[in-house]
Design a protein around this ligand. Structure first.
Ligand code: ADP
Ligand code: TRP
Length: 333
């Protein structure tokens, strides 16, 4: 039986944090047996922020190692580095012809990036969603496991795929949708009291899969809180709600309920609460942390995984490019 196709990737900008894990990678691991999965490391996407040549490869290695440490099985799944599949750049070029300035400029992540880095508004940043659509459409994916922040990019991938189909009068690209095993797409909060966990949000906001237990304890103990509840059953302010949301992800329902009750009775002690949260984070990530070191030291294995993945990904990509060229009308003499 033909399995549904799944594609996802993470931009290689360094180590993976709990947001990346619970928003994306954990789904990768859960999907690999039931779907035909392509999981890649988006090193081309990372070029929008101009990493040094020296840093680039190390960042790719971090992500590859952490995919494997999290439990993605390269025998079951196609794991590859985006730049090992040059066909992606070709499809990106074709899709760019049907992507309009107005819609690209309206993307919220583009607007956020422009606000954060007004001196580096490059065309690659503007067309980031087109490159992402190329990654997805290349393998004709239906499901794309990502966190909540990527939803708009998926909508754009559908737009570009449908537009291509209409232009060339072909029922070629299927519609990809964001996917999560949880009821809603996941948004993991950070430790700094506001918004999501993210690399760009500052070092202390994010807990990394490779952080040691000591580092995790320290980061969680410094997480932003307040003076405590001032009335029973009051609504939690964002910083406190965020810590409860984190606890919901890493702790048992009983633990969550216990601290929720204490909060509602105005008897919570944030010190105890954070200690429990830190220990549960440590426990939830322990098997991954242990394997990161081991896999990271095995360069021969990593080389073999990347090579094998590139072969499989290119086979799928070359078929698509052949068909796309034909639909567009590109012919050799
Ligand atoms: P960052 O925000 O740290 O730069 P990325 O944008 O590279 O992370 O995201 C990579 C993947 O991880 C995407 O699928 C994204 O949806 C997911 N992700 C990142 N941060 C979170 C978060 N805080 N909650 C849920 N998913 C997240
Ligand atoms: N934009 C994703 C991120 O922020 C990375 C990514 C690139 C991606 N291409 C993709 C995710 C295709 C899913 C599918 O990390």
């Amino acid at each position: 039986m033909n399995k549904e196709i799944v594609v996802s990737g993470i931009r290689s900008t360094g180590k993976l944090h709990l947001g990346n894990y619970y928003g994306a990678v954990k789904n990768f691991v859960q999907m690999q047996n039931d779907f035909n999965c392509f999981f890649f490391i988006a090193d081309l996407h990372s070029l929008t922020t101009h990493p040094t040549p020296g840093d680039l490869h190390g960042h790719v290695k971090h992500v590859l190692v952490e995919y494997l440490a999290a439990g993605i099985d390269p025998e079951n799944t196609t794991i590859y580095v985006q730049s090992d599949v040059p066909e992606v750049a070709e499809l990106y070029l074709y899709l760019n012809m049907n992507a309009y300035m107005g819609e690209l400029e309206r993307s919220t992540s583009f607007k956020d990036k422009v606000r954060a880095n007004p001196d580096n508004v490059n065309a690659g940043l503007l067309t980031y969603p087109v490159l992402m659509a190329a990654d997805i459409l290349m393998h004709k994916a239906i499901k794309v496991p990502v966190g909540k922040d990527q939803e708009q990019h998926l909508e754009m991938a559908r737009t570009f795929g449908n537009r291509f189909n209409r232009l060339y009068n072909a029922d070629y690209f299927p519609e990809p949708y964001a996917f999560s095993f949880t009821e809603n797409l996941v948004k993991v909060p950070g430790l700094d009291g506001k918004g999501k966990m993210g690399k760009s949000e500052g070092e202390s906001n994010a807990v990394y899969l490779s952080d040691s237990p000591e580092v995790i304890r320290k980061k969680v103990s410094r997480a932003v809180t307040d003076g405590g509840p001032t009335s029973e059953f009051q609504e939690k302010p964002e910083a406190i709600q965020n810590l409860f949301d984190l606890m919901k992800i890493v702790s048992t329902p009983d633990t969550l309920e216990h601290f929720n009750d204490l909060y509602n009775k105005m008897a919570i002690r944030y010190g105890d609460f954070k200690k429990q949260l830190a220990e549960d984070m440590i426990l939830a990530t322990a098997p991954i942390r242990d394997r990161i070191q081991e896999i990271s030291a095995d360069d021969a294995y990593l080389r073999q995984v990347a090579k094998h993945g590139a072969l499989k990904a290119r086979e799928s990509a070359q078929k698509t490019i052949r068909e796309v060229r034909e639909l567009i009308g590109i012919k050799s003499f």
